[in-house]
Write a protein that binds this ligand. Structure first.
Ligand code: BDR
Ligand code: CA
Length: 310
């Protein structure tokens, strides 16, 4: 059983990843810790609570940092909508977030279940970096850390070599990459390799399961944007990362390397730099997932949306 703490900035693909975890027979969502990222924290918290209500997820929700550690926030509302969930005007959830900061919840939950939790990072790494600064022994109590982030050969999705989650809060990412001894990284370039045809995805979200109905609504703008911008395929970065969490034996290709975060470059601030040819002294800290079993990924998505015969 995977016991998951999911740190997330929902976000359209975050929502799919959370639904995948909820639907999976071998996983339990123990907590959602919320980051600012795709849009501001007010929206990402409200979206997480709404998704939980729609899907029947009863895990506690903890709000985290409202801004990156050092610099001002940028957002991705051009991808996810002004409210991060496609501006559908949904009725807010009845439930409120728990009264504990996300970083403190990470520390407490890791102490209550040492070695049991998998931390899944689907947004900027702000909350985790803060938790690490408060308690540098945190990694010793976490079973696995899986991060969606980076562009491992320099093909980013915000600035040229920069992926959004790392670029939103590069200082936080630097703290995590330096302090965490071994983590798994599912990057933007892997995401691009695992696209799903829009027609196929459109058919899946057309179902009558409440999760499909909700997801159809919140992802509509993003799917249109993506079709116009990136062509025939739909990409779910957070979904792919979640697949690697839920069924690690579905990973087809992985590489263990040292991974760094650039803070200073004019063009490269927020870039992930991977030591592919082992030039640095640093030991490998990242297991980089490059290829995943497509059929298994698709099966998990169909289950998440309640597609019949999933
Ligand atoms: C990442 O950035 C966000 O827009 C997505 O939710 C995903 O976590 C992809 O770069
Ligand atoms: Ca995300």
């Amino acid at each position: 059983q995977h016991r998951l703490l999911i740190d997330t900035d929902p976000g359209v693909d975050d929502a799919l990843a959370i639904l995948m975890a909820h639907a999976h027979p071998d996983a339990r969502i123990e907590a959602l810790t919320i980051a600012a990222g795709n849009v501001g924290l007010v929206h990402t918290v409200a979206n997480a609570l709404k998704l939980c209500e729609v899907a029947g997820i009863d895990a506690p929700v903890f709000a985290g940092c409202t801004t990156p550690l050092v610099h001002a926030a940028e957002d991705a509302s051009y991808v996810h909508g002004r409210d991060g969930f496609g501006d559908t005007g949904y009725t807010p959830a009845a439930r409120a977030p728990h009264d504990e900061h996300a970083a403190l919840a990470m520390l407490r939950l890791s102490r209550e279940a040492p070695g049991a939790l998998t931390f899944v990072m689907l947004g900027p790494l702000t909350n985790l970096a803060l938790a690490l600064r408060l308690d540098p022994s945190l990694p010793s109590r976490v079973k696995r850390l899986v991060i969606m982030g980076g562009a491992v050969t320099g093909r980013g999705n915000t600035r040229i070599p920069v992926e959004f989650n790392i670029g939103f809060d590069p200082e936080a990412a630097r703290i995590v990459f330096e302090a965490w001894p071994a983590f798994e990284l599912v990057d933007w370039e892997a995401t691009l390799r695992h696209g799903i045809a829009h027609d196929t995805f459109d058919a899946w979200v057309a179902g009558d399961d409440p999760r499909a109905r909700f997801y159809d609504g919140i992802s509509r703008q993003t799917r249109a944007w993506s079709a116009a911008r990136r062509g025939e395929q739909w990409h779910s970065a957070d979904g792919l990362a979640m697949a690697a969490v839920l069924e690690p034996d579905g990973v087809v290709e992985r590489h263990e390397r040292a991974a760094f975060v650039e803070l200073d470059g004019v063009l490269t601030r927020g870039a992930t730099v991977i030591d592919w040819d082992r030039r640095s002294e640093r030991a490998a800290n990242a297991t980089i997932v490059t290829h995943y079993d497509r059929a298994r990924f698709e099966t998990m998505i169909r289950a998440a949306l309640g597609v019949r015969n999933a």
